[in-house]
Design a protein around this ligand. Structure first.
Ligand SMILES: Cc1cc2nc3c(=O)[nH]c(=O)nc-3n(C[C@H](O)[C@H](O)[C@H](O)COP(=O)(O)OP(=O)(O)OC[C@H]3O[C@@H](n4cnc5c(N)ncnc54)[C@H](O)[C@@H]3O)c2cc1C
Length: 491
């Protein structure tokens, strides 16, 4: 009766890693993607010769043996690979009062901080020294070996006992927030803001909301593996995962919107598409967010009411304003690729519009734009509320984009005269193209305050992957969610 063994709803990195691994494990897999381009938040798109990343552009460990990046570990198993270009400093952080280059290498990083605050640099060193032992312990247990059921226990004991023992003294840190570690080691206000900023860039939350393992991993990994940009842009990662899926017999259907998950007697049995087609499988994996899965794809009575209510109460990080530009490159020979601009020190860094992220990937991969041009992606948080496609929409869109232009002017003062292509995205654009509830970046679950719901659901045969299933919004975390789900379903 079943057309496939597994249906995956959505081709974000979480969906693609789960789907491609299950195909590699011999399952008959179909990935149904609503958009006409695969990749979800990590998809790339082309306009007039410019190749834009819609979201991520910051990656560690995409190449190189023994990478700890879960995406690389999945690609290895699939027999796929990508090319990437290494660079350092990984970015420049621009505060109203100064600009600091941020290096992957921790000694170079500390050296730059000491030029601004010598005492702060000593404290930052103490902070890093507290975090890195956790990374050292985590490093010994590759994500690709993990699963979420009881079978994990014999695997850990048989294959990873030394790393497990290393982990024991770090147990309190695993459950701690970065803020707790910061409170114990750093008093310097400049460095405290720096740590808050680094957390915010990772998780959408400041240090007290971010879990320590996430930042320990980031600090360790960026200094060990270095920072890399994928040749061809983020889309190159997606293409490699899709190649891997198809190489092992899996299918990707684009423009294939799932309208409903079919549940019979408390068990998932397939999906109904927008065109009314029914696909049947005993396992359905949703890569849609927790809010979209439980409101749009299931009937309210498919789930226990208390579970559903709790799941839907998961707080969400805001959405985004985006500016995608094609610009003339002449005279910009010394440009660097990543920048973060904080406009106003008196305002919290999380206030929409105050912190702006900028990526100029043509600094590393010139082929992403026509000759003598750059692609620019700038974005900042923006609330979904209040946006409507009415007669004020265009004016509001242009007005809200100004904070991004002001940020860009810190790096390229004559940016406005250089523009040959301008695309402005609002929270409505973000929600529409990524099919994400209110265009959210992901769950705003504060460290130590609540738990993520994980891959399992109360419905037999229905699983979830992606950024609303485990801590650490970002490509490594969502790839890890796909691995955990696939490994658990392997046998
Ligand atoms: C602006 C921005 C910058 C970022 N920068 C970085 C970075 O530099 N580094 C980093 O590591 N991370 C970064 N991230 C985070 C990272 O991109 C995301 O966490 C990750 O890509 C999310 O993947 P996912 O698998 O959870 O789901 P998503 O990417 O949300 O994919 C879900 C997919 O499901 C599809 N879908 C939903 N509903 C349906 C349906 N009913 N039927 C069919 N398909 C459906 C959607 O169309 C989508 O393709 C960034 C994110 C954003 C938005």
């Amino acid at each position: 009766m079943f057309n496939f063994d597994v249906i995956v709803i959505g081709s974000g990195i979480g969906g693609l890693t789960a789907g491609s691994l299950l195909a590699r494990y011999g399952k008959r897999v179909v990935v149904c993607e609503s958009h006409t381009i695969a990749g979800g938040a990590a998809h790339s798109f082309r306009r007039r010769g410019f190749e834009f990343d819609s979201g991520p552009s910051f990656y560690c460990g995409l190449t190189g043996a023994n990478s700890l990046n879960p995406v690389k570990q999945v690609l290895d198993i699939l027999g796929e690979s990508i090319d990437a270009l290494a660079y350092d400093p990984l970015g420049h952080y621009h505060f109203p009062e100064n600009t600091v280059p941020i290096y992957s290498d921790n000694s170079l990083y500390l050296n730059e901080v000491s030029k601004i605050t010598p005492q702060g640099a000593i404290e930052l060193q103490h902070f890093i020294d507290k975090m890195l032992p956790l990374y050292e312990a985590m490093k010994g247990i590759p994500t690709i070996a993990l699963r979420t059921d009881w079978q994990m226990i014999p695997i850990l004991i048989t294959n990873y006992l030394p790393s497990l023992l290393k982990m024991l003294p770090n147990l309190p840190l695993i459950q701690s927030s970065v803020g707790n570690v910061m409170d114990a080691t750093v008093t310097d206000p400049w460095v405290r803001r720096l740590i808050d900023l680094e957390c915010f860039l990772l998780s959408g939350l400041k240090a007290h909301g971010t879990i320590a393992p996430e930042v320990a991993f980031m600090l360790g990994e960026r200094s060990r593996a270095g920072v890399e940009y994928p040749v061809g842009g983020s889309g190159a990662i997606i293409q490699a995962l899709v190649r891997g899926l198809e190489r092992w017999g899996g299918k990707l259907r684009l423009g294939c919107h799932v309208e409903q998950i079919l549940v019979e007697s408390g068990k998932a049995v397939g999906v109904k598409l927008k065109n009314n087609e029914i696909i049947k499988a005993p396992i359905v994996i949703s890569n849609a967010t927790v809010w979209d899965t439980y409101t749009k794809l299931l009937n309210p009575d498919d789930l226990p009411a208390s579970y559903r209510q709790k799941a839907l109460q998961t707080p969400a990080v805001e959405s985004f304003m985006h500016l995608h530009l094609g610009i003339k490159a002449s005279g910009l020979e010394n440009l660097t690729g990543h920048h973060v601009v904080v406009h106003d020190s008196k305002l919290d860094i999380t206030v929409p519009g105050n912190t702006c992220m900028i990526s100029i990937p043509t600094v590393w991969d010139t082929k992403l734009a026509p000759e003598e041009h750059h692609v620019v992606h700038a974005y900042t948080l923006e609330s979904y509320k209040g946006w409507e496609r009415n007669e004020e929409y265009e004016a509001k869109k242009n007005s809200k984009a100004q904070t991004l232009y002001r940020a860009l002017e810190r790096i390229i003062p004559d940016i406005r005269e250089r523009i040959v292509l301008e695309l402005i995205g609002t929270p409505l654009t973000h929600a529409h193209y990524l099919r994400r509830h209110q265009g959210t970046y992901g769950p705003a679950i504060e460290a130590t305050k609540a738990m993520f719901l994980g891959a399992n659901t109360p419905i037999k045969g229905l699983y979830r992957v992606g950024d609303s299933t485990m801590p650490g919004i970002g490509v490594p975390a969502v790839a890890a969610s796909g691995i955990l789900c696939a490994n658990t379903l392997r046998s």
